[in-house]
Design a protein around this ligand. Structure first.
Ligand code: NDP
Length: 237
């Protein structure tokens, strides 16, 4: 398959790029500005790195055109690019809120819309959104983040219904606490308490999420659509 991953330069996205390329797929990925990390992932995996800010609809359209030039028509999209921010609700500025929505929600919308057109024409496609367990259960001091991830649930189910007749599946993976840069500001005691609340008693790895992505893109998942899968060690059950 020809697969596009957004936010593939680091963390979960990088693990997805590497795993999917190792399975023999042709993979292109977007990154925002970390060229060095993106080039490392590209060199390790053989995938194509494309600079495209998902919050900019023109950049997404241009990036998808470039990805299709390099790997061919996109069969599968992994909408992974995202940002987080820890802030008291009453201190979230208009700009904080807009930035969160622009990346986590608008970005997923632009990418899914622009690849879906070709998928509908070709009567095949796989779309996976990377949500968050906080989209299901909500996180204090991350209300704007939680809201964007909850919105991906609606995008997943609505889109699954609309695109199902075109043989396109749409699913959402909701990670728990995963060991990436996104969590590097957590204190040791924050981390210990999150692990304490995780029935499987550990943080997840980016590869834990890549394994679930790989499943949703595979033939084994061809009759699964509109689903939210928690990959969170049982945190949000
Ligand atoms: P990281 O911060 O480690 O990596 C984020 C990736 O997204 C980078 O490749 C970054 O590119 C890219 N990115 C960020 N903003 C943009 C943008 N505007 N346009 C294009 N690319 C962008 O995050 P994680 O790997 O931890 O998170 C990946 C996804 O998983 C996110 O959607 C996150 O919300 C979700 N998630 C993560 C959890 C965790 O515990 N880590 C838990 C639940 C969900 P660059 O390198 O150029 O900055």
């Amino acid at each position: 398959m020809n697969i596009l991953v957004t936010g593939g330069s680091r963390g979960i996205g990088a693990a997805c790029v590497k795993a999917l390329a190792a399975e023999g797929h042709r993979v292109a990925f977007f990154y925002r500005n970390n060229k060095e990390a993106a080039e490392r992932v590209a060199a390790d995996s053989g995938a194509f790195a494309i600079q495209a800010d998902v919050s900019d609809s023109e950049a997404v359209a241009k990036g998808i055109a470039e990805a299709e030039e390099r790997i061919g028509p996109i069969d599968a999209l992994v909408c992974n690019a995202g940002i987080s921010q820890s802030r008291l609700f009453t201190e979230i500025t208009d700009e904080d809120f807009r930035r969160m929505c622009a990346t986590n929600l608008d970005g997923a919308f632009y990418a899914a819309r622009d690849v879906a057109r070709g998928m509908v024409r070709r009567h095949f496609g796989r779309i996976v959104f990377i949500g968050s367990m906080w989209g299901k259960s909500g996180a204090a001091c991350e209300v704007h983040y939680s809201a964007t991830k909850a919105a991906l649930r609606g995008m997943t189910t609505g889109l699954a219904k609309e695109l199902g007749p075109s043989n396109i599946t749409v699913n959402c993976i909701e990670p728990g606490v995963i060991d990436t840069d996104m969590n590097k500001n957590l204190t040791e005691s924050d981390l210990a308490s999150l692990i304490d609340d995780t029935p499987l008693c550990r943080v997840g790895t980016p590869e834990d999420i890549a394994n679930a992505v790989s499943f949703f893109l595979s033939d084994k998942a061809s009759f699964i659509t509109g689903q939210m899968l928690g990959v969170d060690g049982g945190f949000a059950i």
